[in-house]
Each structure stands twice: as C-alpha cells, then as structure tokens.
Design a protein. Sequence first.
Length: 268
Amino acid sequence: MATATRTRKSARRQKVEAAITYPLDWLEERSGLVGGIKYFLFRKVPGDTNWFHTLGSATLTAFLVQALTGVILAMYYKPDPNSAYQSINHITNDLTLGWLVRGMHKWGASVFIILLFFHMARVFLFGAYKYPRELNWIVGVLLVPIALLEGFSGYLLPYDQTAYWATVVGININGTAPILGPFLASFLRSGSEIGGDTLSRFYSLHMLLLPGAILGLIGLHLYLVVRLGVSSPPWSEEAAGRDRDEAPATPGSGLVNPSARGVSRRPD
C-alpha cells in the first residue's frame, strides 16, 4: 500500500513538474534562448579573478538604471521650449518619488561615465585588450564617445539657463573641429541658433539613436566576452577563458582559419 501511494505521489509530482517546465521547454525548443542564457550564466572563469573584474558588470548595471529611469522620465517630460522646464519641475515636486527618479537619472549619468572609464582602465592595465580580444577592445572604445554624447545630449533637456549655455559652449567646441566642425555644429543646433528644433533633435538623439547604438554595442561586447572568456590578471599562471573541446585546427588553411601572426605556412 505504501509503495502504491509513493508511486501515485511520484506520478502526480512528475505531472506538476512537467506542467511547470512546459513553457520553458516550449520556448527552448523553438528559440534556444534558455540554453543560451544558461550558457551565459554558467560558464568557466579563471579562479583568481578579483573585484576589478566586476567593473564591467557595474557599468552595465549603471546603464540599465539609466535606461529604466529614462523611460519613466520620458512619460512625463515635454520636449518643448515652453514646457520642458515646467515638466521637470512637475516631475521633481509633484510626482510620487519623482525627485528620486530624476536624481537617480541625473547623478547616475556621472556614475555610468566614471565606471566606464574605470572599466576601460582595468582592461588596459590588465592587458585584456591583447589577442584575441582586440575586437572587444575596439567595441569598448566606440562605447566611450557614444556614452559621452548621450550625456551631452541629455544636458539640454531641462532647458534652463545652465543647460542652455552649457550646450552653447559644447556646440561651439565641436564647431572648431577641422573640416567637419561647422557641419557638426549646424547639425546639433538644427539651424543657426539653439531653439525648439535643437531641443527636439537632442531629445531624439538622447532617447532613440544613441541608446540604440549603446545597446547594440553592449550586446556585441557581451557576446565577445562569452565567446572569448574572461581574461586572467597579469600575475596569474592560469590560462584565460574557457576550455575548448574541439581539436586545434591546422594554422594557415584558409580565410576562416588564418595563420598565427608572424607565422607563415610553407607548402610540403
């Protein structure tokens, strides 16, 4: 009798577990996302990594906070010269926890930029930009000017005296660049002087174009980190990255399998 009861409970438990895991199994069979997320979260890293390696994750977290608070602010912000400043005051003084959301977005921009430079310095000092991670270094370098332009484009949005004149100075500095300077200044101003069109252009850059570029580069950056592995500290004796199951390929056998740098393959 006890054995039959345990069998029934086991069968019932299996049905419950199958019902719970069915959505994940359905999604995995049609997309492979579950396996990809599992591979991303449960991968090998060097055993002697330290807190310096968390600067990349901290930078990503700061960006996600900026994205979330930015979406909330965009629900109430009005990109119009006659209403922008009033909408900012409304967010800060009238909305529940509006002062907190705006403060997190305002000061979080500085935190994001600082962490970005710290992460970049760590990669450089640890030599993590070297082969085979040169492409990931290039992607990270491209993120820096885009992140700075994202902060610059958001500075005008409150449209107060500080924001206005700081934007005037920033655009004039860009206008001194050789050859492209005048065109760049005219593009940012959206005309001969700062006005309503400038505010609309900065808002579209800040909310659409630049965040999309940052998200794309971050996605490529994370893909390369997962593919190439985490680099060990320079004092480490361990090999960086994950172990490869496949046998090493013969160098110099074609475009997809080039020779190592400085090594040429002679015909037999």
